[in-house]
Design a protein around this ligand. Sequence first.
Ligand code: NIG
Ligand code: FE
Length: 403
Amino acid sequence: MTSTLITGIGQLVVDASRPPLHDAALVVDDGRVAWYGPRSGAPASDDVVDIADRCIIPGFVDSHSHLVFAGDRSAEFEARMSGESYTAGGIRSTVSATRAATDEELTRHVQRLVQEMRRQGTTTVEIKSGYGLTVEDEARSLRIARQFTPDTTFLGAHVVPGETDPAEYVALVTGAMLRAAAPHATWIDAFCERGAFDADQARTVLEAGRAVGLKGRLHANQLTQGPGVQLACELGLVAVDHCTFLSDPDVDALAQTGTIATLLPGVEFSTRQPWPDARRLLDAGVTVALASDCNPGSCFTTSLPFCIALAVRDMGMTPAEALWAATAGGARALGRDDGGTLDVGAPADFIVLDAPSFVHLAYRPGVPLVAQTWVQGHRVHDATSARDTTTSNAQTPRGTHHG
Ligand code: NIG
Ligand code: FE
């Protein structure tokens, strides 16, 4: 095994809950962080990479995405931007397109989206099923997702497919569909919301999953102040996602049980809903994670830098809180208590930012700052290799004068 010294780190965020180091270096050995500290004290290593005073942060952990789908719902987004509201029913149009796609088409699409995530610094991703909604189509969605991550989630309880009796569908989800899905899934999820599943149905699904060894998570309180957050806390789930509409007892329950509130601000951006109140949650002692929820309906972004910028600008989070929520917070929401940091022994999953400080993630919204992404000590994305070769002359904008 060769060790690599990364030096010239202008700012190093080891754990976003602690102050960053300056003029630092980091040693990667066997895919893990072997050492970090002041640049002048770095041990000898086989290879040396100098990042020229830029910033290194832990890789993003995106604990909530729906990447296995086909079709396009940009017309729905366009209608929303002219005043229509988001409803759960739109899911069914993606279900038709997904069922019609071949395995190869779905796999290529997931691969494209995972690469897009890598280019934006995501090093760990969770992927849900939920656009198949038949025994076969849910199982194949999870089989495809498993090629990209161990964190696969069975979401047969996404919506009741058209022309189906809800009680019969819940019986299918907890019976034959669960049996076919379980070998390819780590987690089980349900969409507890008006237009999808009520609390009793969601409980039935989560308990059936638990009985076969799947761990629960839940979509809740996205469109209404429904019963989902209370259910998640009562069942002791590791995370409950969306949390846009919360009562005071909901916030208390999250604080008391330690169930993580995963906020998905790309959804509120794309549906013109009110922002989830991260400040209220943090002040109450709730652990907050940030994730993309990348899906074709409510939010088609893969960018955690974008979500961080929204969380800082509109949800009352400090840049450090938002970074923690998108790294260590995401890792905890996937049940990994030691993930999302660059402590010694942690996986060497990190990002080189083309910026002097992590604050630039929110300070420079929409700018592609991720220069490199490393996963387990391997560089999986390097923006310089894609950089164009345009000369300064050719780049001169029209109307400006040279010399
Ligand atoms: O997390 N809330 C449920 N599922 C997705 C949206 C699905 C869709 O509209 O296609 C979400 O927002
Ligand atoms: Fe979702």
